[in-house]
Design a protein. Structure first.
Length: 134
């Protein structure tokens, strides 16, 4: 399981958060899968995977802008759901289209599971710290 922040470093901006950086990596990781879905003309699966993977950074960013740790944790929980949804879409796409490279599937799926684990750990931390004025 990864860490949400670099060790003992306070996040001064959204881009400092490791969970945000990992979510951006996830977008890159699904790109070859999305291209394959377009090639196979599965526009619905493409839309679902594109939207679920793209929402994660938005939820992390929106949560980062909240005033309390509890509010931030709420948005991170939504982001975690989207990460696991993305992982499910990746698995479904791999089953449906065996032309998706196994390495792409394994890489993207593992990345989203790692991201979900990182988000869970960060959520736990925020709920324990419960700062009221971020």
């Amino acid at each position: 399981m990864g860490c949400a922040l670099d060790t003992c470093v306070k996040a001064h901006k959204l881009e400092d958060l490791l969970v945000y950086q990992r979510a951006l990596e996830g977008i890159d990781a699904v790109s070859p899968i999305l291209r394959e879905l377009l090639r196979c003309k599965d526009y619905e699966m493409h839309k679902q995977l594109s939207e679920s993977s793209g929402r994660i950074t938005g939820h992390i960013g929106e949560g980062y802008g909240q005033g309390t740790d509890r509010q931030f944790a709420r948005y991170l929980s939504i982001a975690r759901g989207s990460a696991l949804e993305s992982r499910g879409h990746i698995a479904a796409a791999a089953l449906k289209y065996q032309a998706i490279a196994r390495k792409d599937e394994i890489h993207a799926s593992g990345l989203y599971q790692d991201l979900a684990d990182m988000l869970s750990a960060f959520i736990d931390y925020l709920l324990r710290s419960d700062f009221r004025d971020r």
